[in-house]
Each structure stands twice: as C-alpha cells, then as structure tokens.
Design a protein around this ligand. Structure first.
Ligand code: AMP
Length: 396
C-alpha cells in the first residue's frame, strides 16, 4: 500500500485560512492538568510550518467523549493554553466549533495567527460524518490539513467529511506514518520481521493475515501465543486461550509453512499460579504448562531466540507486549524485546498503544525509526485497510 498524498508543502498556504485537524486528545489529571503532552509536541512541526508561511491557522480536535453535547469538562482550554506557552504566541480558543464565536474569532485573524475551535465532538454530527456539519467546518477555511493519525481510521466530519468541500492535504505527522509504515508494507527491506503480542488473537488476526504474505519471520508472543501452542497439541494449563480460534490458529500455522515464513512461538514461558503481581512463578516449556498455572511472560531462552531473529532484521514491525508487562515481574520479556528492537540497525516501527507506551517508558523511544501515534489506526493500517482520514486527501 504505497500512498503518495499531497502534504502542506504541496499547496500554497500563504495568507490562507487553513483548518488543521490535530489529535489533541491528551490525558488530563483530576485538576485538568495535562499529564502527557506528546500529542501537542507531535503537532508542532505542521503548525510551525504553516506559521512560517504566514497562514491563518485554525486548529480543530476532539477531546474525550462528550457524547455530542457541549460539556466544559471536555474543553480544549488546557491544550490551547499549553500550546500558547510552547509557541510563545497567543492561541485564541473559540467558545464554539462552527458557531458565531468561531466565525468571529476567525474573522479577526491576521496572517500568522492561531485560533483553536472548541472540541469538535461537542456536536453529535461529528461522529456521524454529517455532510452539513462537514460543510460548516469547511466554510471556516480555504484549505484542510489532516494531521490526526490517531483518528484517521474514523470517517468523521473533521477527519474525512470536510475534505469533500476543501482542497485536502496531510500534515507532517500523517506524512511520516504513511511514508514509514506504507514502505514497510509495500516494499520492505529484508529480512522483514513482525512481532505480535498482546492478549488475544481475535484482536490481531487481521494483522496476522495481512503480514503473513509479506514477512520473512513472524514472532508471536504474549497471551495470544497459547492458543497456537494448544492448536499444536501442547498443554497450556490455565493460560489465556481462545478455544473458538483454534482452527484459525491451525490455518495460520499451515499458511506460514506453505509460504516459507519462519514462525517463532515461545519455547519457554514464565508461568504463575495466579493472575497476580506477586504470584509464585517459574519457567517451563510452553507446551508443558502444569494444570492450574498460567503463562505470564516469555522465558529467558525465548528472549534469546526472539532477539537473535530481530538482530539481523532490516525491517521490524512490533505490536503488542510479550507478557503481562503491567506487573513488573512479568515485564522482562517485553523489556528485552524492546531492547532488541532498539539495538536493531534496520527500520524499526512500533505500533501505537501498549507497545508504544512500553518503549517510551523504557527510554528506547529515540532509538526507534518510528513510533506510531495511533493505536487503532496503526492496527488498521497494518491490517491493510484503507483509512478514511488518509484516503480523503489529494494524491500527488
Ligand atoms: P492488546 O491490547 O491485545 O495488545 O493486549 C495488551 C494486553 O495483553 C496487556 O494488558 C497485557 O497484560 C496482556 N497480556 C500479554 N500477555 C499476556 C498473557 N500471557 N496473559 C494475559 N494477558 C496478557
């Protein structure tokens, strides 16, 4: 899936009103203070570029789930305040989205000014991708820029619908997602190693299906590995298992073999006598887990085997933890795999969500080629699906 979408650099923005859809859905504490401003930082390159071209920058985002009603619990004020501090520049927050105040704020803009619209999900029409609402958004501006990869898998008014009414291009964040992940899927440097983990096969089967046609090695860890082990006739004790997915697991194993994909499952597993941070634990062969014990992490021998495969990769895509990494004692496998990916000299891509959080927590973030900014969106991208928020943008 190679995509060649126009970017902010491919369109004349000077002096124009540019509506930029960002993902400013940042986590807040109970006092409304931002606890992680990565998403604001991520939006800066596009905003700064537009300012450098003297555009009138109109920012738009959702925040939380206000369920289609004005509710100041979900105001974007913390974001407009913080963005203003970072830029050293006034960011005017409109009191509404497409109403009188937004129109007034925009009419008063000079070139190089910034206005932020209120939370776009204060309107139920947003998530319904209502054409009239999309049109109302479009009427505020002359150009639309989508830079919100985290919502690119949703066909909402501000992520897709608005592109029916304005010239639409991508910002730098989406451009990078497309460039790095698109290249890995369409034309990867080999060997191409995919690492999949997390709780369930059902959440990732479409990713497995899509990647199995492309990868040289598929590494499967985490809770989803046990359904495969059981399908192969192993004893998995009380480990996570999706019995209704046993046939599917078998088919995947067959497909991997037919295609010559090197499929690696954990040979050894750290098991616990209960699902608890302080449970008793020991390492056993994954196909001989005693009754009553459950797999919580990959074993040390498996870490070595997985790391060996990762070391020589030219492209790595990773999505999902290798174990119950929320419990420190069962985080070792995920940590070590993160380290192996960080030390790999090839292109390394971390899917959003848990694996991205793990890599950031462990301090490996700057060693990766790319950490996707979208959880659901990056999964759908890896599934080979067309994302509406990208599809709606102009091709080069
Ligand atoms: P996902 O959202 O599918 O990527 O799954 C992430 C979750 O999988 C994390 O909360 C992990 O704790 C969980 N997980 C990983 N390995 C296991 C395991 N062996 N048993 C139970 N849960 C697991």
């Amino acid at each position: 899936m190679m995509m060649n979408k126009k970017t902010v650099e491919d369109i004349d923005v000077t002096g124009k009103k540019v509506l930029v859809r960002c993902d400013f859905n940042v986590p807040l504490d109970s006092d409304g203070k931002i606890t992680d401003e990565n998403r604001i930082i991520g939006a800066l390159p596009t905003i700064k570029y537009l300012l450098s071209k003297n555009a009138k920058v109109i920012l738009c985002s959702h925040m939380g789930r206000p369920k289609g009603e004005f509710n100041m619990k979900y105001t974007l004020k913390p974001v407009s305040d913080r963005l203003g501090e970072i830029l050293g520049k006034k960011v005017v927050l409109a009191k509404d989205v497409v109403g009188e105040d937004a129109k007034k704020c925009i009419s008063e803009m000079n070139d190089g000014d910034i206005v932020m619209l209120e939370n776009v999900r204060f309107h139920a029409e947003e998530e319904k991708n209502d054409p009239a609402f999309s049109k109302a958004l479009a009427e505020l501006a002359q150009i639309y820029v989508n830079d919100a990869f985290g919502t690119a898998h949703r066909a909402h008014a501000s992520t897709a619908g608005v592109a029916d009414y304005l010239p639409a291009v991508c910002g730098y964040l989406i451009q990078k997602e497309i460039a790095v992940m698109g290249k890995a899927l369409a034309d990867p440097e080999r060997p191409f190693v995919a690492i999949l983990g997390g709780a369930k096969i059902s959440g990732k089967i479409d990713v497995i299906e899509n990647l199995i046609d492309k990868v040289d090695t598929l590494i499967i860890g985490g809770g989803m590995a046990y359904t495969f082990i059981k399908a192969m006739g192993g004893k998995i004790g009380a480990s996570l298992c999706e019995d209704e997915k046993l046939d599917l697991a078998n088919e995947t194993l067959k497909k991997a073999k037919a295609k010559g994909v090197n499929l690696l499952l954990p040979e050894t597993t750290v098991v616990a006598d209960k699902f608890d941070a302080d449970a008793q634990s020991k390492t056993v062969p994954t196909s001989e887990i005693p009754d009553g014990w459950m797999g919580m992490d990959i074993g040390a021998e498996t870490v070595v085997a997985f790391s060996e495969a990762i070391k020589s990769a030219k492209t790595v895509v990773w999505n999902g933890p290798m174990g119950v990494f929320e419990f420190p004692r069962f985080a070792e496998g995920t940590k070590k795999v993160a380290e192996a990916v960080a030390n790999c000299g090839g292109v390394t891509i971390i899917g959003g969500g848990d694996s991205a959080a793990a890599v950031e927590q462990l301090g490996f973030a700057d060693k990766m080629t790319h950490i996707s900014t979208g959880g659901g969106a990056s999964l759908e991208f890896l599934e080979g699906k067309i994302l509406p928020g990208i599809d709606c943008l102009q091709d080069k």
